[in-house]
Design a protein around this ligand. Sequence first.
Ligand code: HEC
Length: 270
Amino acid sequence: MLEQLTEFIGRTHLVLLHFPIALLIVAAIVELLRALNLRRAAARYVPGPAASTMFFFALLATAASVLTGLILGFDDGPKVDQHRILGIVSGVLVLITTFALLAARSPGAKKAPSIYLLLLTVSAAAVGLTGHLGGEITHGEGYITRPLTRIFQDPTEPISAVALDPAMFDITQAQLDTYLTDIQPILDASCVECHGPEDAEDDVRLDSIEHVLSPDTSILMRGDPVMSDLVYLIELPPGDPDIMPPEDHADPLTPDQTRLIRDWVESLGS
Ligand code: HEC
């Protein structure tokens, strides 16, 4: 009961996190424009009421996001650590900015308003960057821009630029051809964003046959799909927390795709 409740509270992080990002960025823009206008009118900048209200809500939302983020925890990894540290740093920055705002609003404060403006801008940038790193954890690197890079890709380009020698991998030419025409495109489309050169989750890379067959990770047992994690994980029933690709990220592979991978792994036994 308590465990389920903490898990629920942790997951609200994925909703709450949007508030500090939007509120701080908008508050910073509003205040920067205000400061510019006041300067043009040769008046002294003081924090405006609208952005101060936004900042107050941003403070609450940041506290809630940091807290739920720590509760959520998530499976660890260098990226999660970066996100966590930057999240905590952002929280501290927002707290310091709060004191700067209080100082800036008290009459007679000379430098405080500009310090507040600077801290507000830095906080907005830090929270934005934290959110960006967090997005890469949940969606994989380059999730948003990938459709754009596809525009510039030549669809007629051969799958592999270098001629591969099947003997290098102790497989037949036919097995290599099946891999290049049927298997690698599936892995490229559904797995490589998290299992590629930039982001090898669990140290598993699926961007080339060399890595797929690598004895280091042993995700594949030649001729034995049942014992191969590569097959096991994609054939898990929908809803299984271990399924690949992760369900919150993408739809499961189609039965045709899993069959192609299973048959190919099976064929490697002979
Ligand atoms: C959104 C990112 C993401 C995508 C897409 C993704 N994976 Fe993963 N994969 C992970 C993460 C994270 C782990 C580590 C899982 C864990 O520790 O529970 C992992 C682990 C694995 C492992 C190692 C598991 C083990 O038992 O050691 C294999 C094999 C794997 N994935 C295969 C695949 C395949 C095949 C695909 C495509 C069909 C795929 N993954 C797509 C994120 C992803």
